[in-house]
Design a protein around this ligand. Structure first.
Ligand SMILES: [Fe+2]
Ligand SMILES: [Fe+2]
Ligand SMILES: [Fe+2]
Ligand SMILES: [Fe+2]
Length: 419
């Protein structure tokens, strides 16, 4: 530990472009790979996607061509990294199987982050956690329905598959997803890193569903991707609104490169596949070069020291993927009936009848029989007499234990009897 990327040797940026062979790696083995290797690949891909997206936004808002040329160089390298990581997915892993990995990442990463924070940020993690947890269950049932494959072969023993806050209950009026932003002058380095990393991960999930929904091979699957994609839009609004919007572009670039360094250092330290580990190490070297150059750029543009943004630079505790089953069970039991009212979270039973939540629910969920996340469960119950689950014990919420009937009222309709 005690790794500080500012104290590491900085390679020449122009020596870090990849040739085609390097950019197209040997994929991990779908059957042998640790599920968390798949999850780490998805996470790194999301960070690179955000690096590219942010760099384009900076470039289009900047009138200095020296800065724009620098951004073009680093952005090309972010693109190469993204291409390389994306093709770590093997040829025989389908879109839906990868989707299971996306939701497993959302579940376990969010739980890891929730456990290491307090207060408003922890509440934000716990809140969205139960929603992605339910998405995992819905997609796992689509997988069983369409292919007979059990999602436990993909997630391993790490993650349970059982209902969370029912997806039908997650559809909220858009204004109820906007949170209070955190103040970077008092936020800890870990708070800033985790908020940025989860935003990138959720954004990538949102984009993936935006691009994949139409290619799914049947109507129900297309509808399920479309419905869950709408929740990922809520999640990106939710997490993105936590980031301090007062950062300048140069400051934000510095934070982006620092976050990438932290992420690759974590992935490298945690990785069990030696081939993939080597890739994380090489990308870390590249990100250290980006960081040093971004710090120079920041100091030139803003005439202040980078330590005003990143005080010391020594990494806080890293991200290590470990099973979060017990924690998730506790959050599910205690907070499944929460919804959101503007910037805060509230019990569904306390939401006024004339609120935006019920108004919006009535518009989009007017006919429950049309809601894809419900239809997929009803379809498998019809076919097999029960849903698909992978549990270590019955669901901790009594009304979610019934495997023959999908619950479409919990967290959505008042005066249910819970627990
Ligand atoms: Fe990168
Ligand atoms: Fe999700
Ligand atoms: Fe999500
Ligand atoms: Fe970078």
């Amino acid at each position: 530990m005690n790794f500080n990327p500012f104290k590491e040797k900085c390679e020449n940026l122009d020596s870090l472009f990849m040739d085609w062979e390097k950019m197209y790696p040997r994929p991990y083995d779908k059957c042998d790979a640790d599920p968390y290797t798949r999850v780490r690949c998805i996470l790194a891909n999301g960070a690179e996607f955000e690096a590219v997206r942010f760099s384009h936004a900076f470039h289009r808002s900047c009138s200095d061509n020296d800065v724009r040329r620098f951004l073009a160089v680093t952005r090309r390298q972010e693109q190469q990294q993204q291409k390389r990581i994306a093709c770590l997915k093997p040829l025989n892993e389908t879109v839906l199987e990868t989707t299971i990995g996306y939701e497993q990442l959302a579940v376990d990463l969010t739980a890891i982050f929730a456990r290491r924070h307090q207060g408003y940020l922890k509440q934000a993690f716990d809140f969205a956690l139960l929603e992605d947890f339910d998405h995992l269950y819905r997609y796992a049932n689509l997988l069983e329905l369409d292919t007979g494959i059990h999602a436990e072969t993909l997630v391993g023993d790490y993650t349970e598959i059982t209902p969370g806050r029912p997806t039908v209950s997650e559809h909220r009026y858009p204004a109820d997803d906007v949170r209070r932003f955190c103040d970077n002058s008092v936020a800890t380095p870990l708070e800033k890193l985790d908020a940025a990393i989860i935003t990138a991960a959720e954004q990538q999930t949102m984009n993936y569903y935006m691009n994949q929904a139409q290619f799914y091979t049947n109507d129900l699957g297309r509808q399920l991707y479309s419905e869950i994609g709408m929740i990922e839009e809520q999640h990106v609004t939710h997490y993105g609104s936590l980031l301090d919007p007062r950062m300048t572009f140069a400051e934000n670039l510095l934070m982006h490169e620092y976050t990438e360094c932290y992420l690759y250092y974590s992935l490298y330290s945690d990785e069990t596949d030696p081939h993939v580990k080597k890739i994380w190490e090489q990308h870390l070297v590249c990100e250290i070069a980006h960081l040093h150059k971004a710090a120079e750029l920041f100091e030139n543009i803003e005439k202040r020291d980078r330590s005003e943004v990143i005080k010391d630079g020594t990494f806080p505790e890293i991200i290590m993927f470990r099973s979060q089953k017990d924690y998730i069970r506790d959050v599910l039991k205690e907070t499944v009936t929460l919804t959101s009212d503007r910037e805060d979270y509230t019990e569904i039973n306390s939401v006024p009848d004339d609120s935006d939540f019920f108004y919006y629910q009535k518009q989009v969920n007017n006919t429950i029989g049309d809601v894809a996340s419900h239809k997929v469960i009803a379809a498998i119950q019809e076919k097999l007499g029960r849903d698909y689950r992978s549990e270590i014990a019955p669901n901790p919420v009594n009304v979610l234990c019934d495997r023959e009937k999908d619950n479409t009222t919990l967290g959505r309709v008042k005066e249910q009897i819970y627990a």
